[in-house]
Ligand binder design. Structure first.
Ligand code: ATP
Length: 302
């Protein structure tokens, strides 16, 4: 069999509400995810049993691990163990999603590797099995399988599609230097300094905005509890957010654990204008545009 190619999207958190730290080390989360049209491509080709390898090309490829730390390899091994398949795989990743940018790039590659290897090996795992395996790989991996717009509970891994209408025009300001997700959570814990933290809840106005499909309403409800921690670690992000607002963004938020800043534009023409103006500030390493929601990891060639 030749290569199975899977296209897999980035995510932005429309809401990321962080609750108390649990005894298992995770924070209780309530999140609204949206998959957006910035993609990685993951190609899987057969390899002798027990041989698992990965190559990475494209944007920021040098920052991605090539050993067992690569989430795509871990996903392939997990599926092989689970399905009892005596196989190997050679994985080629073409990165289009920013690395360590708070857009779930590694998680998306893990979701893609599950889908690609399932097709390559003919394991035919059903959706619920793939979602359960995905949850063992990372909090954001189940959402990357699902795509669209979805609610995340638990530590993000329990996903349910959201009632959402409309298509949204996003502009993403990328920072040249990645940020460590655990470091951002640790900073939030320090800011909270043992204050009582309530269970996380998704703001009701966000769910109404999504149901109505109004970009202006949605923009006004974007929220991220990790944002203050991300801004303390990387103060220049506050200037990026301010610049986007000055240029008329109808919503602005740090994406996940950062440092990518996400802006909602009024329409396509505004997104083009906003991205050019943000690029002109010199405050960000690069600027990308994408629409959302889009589907999760899908086979595009086999
Ligand atoms: P999240 O939004 O889920 O917190 P992120 O988008 O901030 O994640 P990733 O791009 O997933 O960050 O990268 C986080 C780290 O994961 C990287 O620094 C890298 O070392 C590691 N990693 C492992 N596998 C991959 C992969 N396939 N692609 C990118 N990074 C990977």
């Amino acid at each position: 069999m030749s290569a199975v190619v899977v296209r897999t999207p980035a995510k932005v958190n429309l809401a990321l509400m962080v609750g108390p730290l649990r005894t298992d080390g995770f924070h209780e989360l309530a999140s609204v995810y949206q998959a957006v049209g910035l993609y990685d491509e993951v190609a899987a080709t057969p390899a002798p049993p027990g041989e698992f390898s990965v190559r990475v090309s494209g944007r920021e490829a040098g920052k991605v691990p090539l050993d067992n730390g690569n989430l795509a390899i871990r996903a392939a091994r997990l599926l092989a163990d689970h399905a009892g398949v005596d196989a190997g795989v050679s994985i080629d990743i073409t990165k289009g999603i920013p690395v360590a940018g708070g857009m779930a790039g590694g998680s998306s590659d893990a979701a893609a590797a599950l889908v690609a290897c399932d097709t390559l090996w003919g394991t035919n795992a059903d959706r619920s099995t793939l979602l359960a395996l995905a949850a063992r790989l990372g909090s954001d991996v189940p959402f990357c399988l699902l795509g669209g717009t979805a609610i995340g509970a638990g530590h993000g891994e329990i996903v349910t599609p959201a009632l959402a209408r409309g298509s949204y025009e996003w502009v993403f300001a990328l920072d040249g230097e990645g940020m460590s997700t655990p470091a951002v959570y640790a900073r939030l814990d320090r800011i909270r300094d043992n204050l009582a933290v309530l269970p996380p809840r998704i703001p009701e106005p966000m769910m109404s905005a999504l149901a109505s499909g109004s970009a202006a309403e949605l923009g006004a409800t974007l929220v991220n509890d990790l944002q203050p921690a991300a801004l303390r670690i990387r103060p220049r992000l506050a200037q990026v957010l301010e610049a986007g607002r000055d240029y008329g963004a109808i919503g602005s938020v740090v994406s996940g654990s950062g440092p990518t800043c996400a802006f909602l534009a009024r329409d396509h023409a505004h997104a083009v204008d906003l991205s050019a103006r943000l690029a002109g500030t010199g405050l960000c390493a690069s600027v990308r545009r994408a629409t959302g929601p889009v589907p999760g990891a899908r086979v595009v060639e086999s």
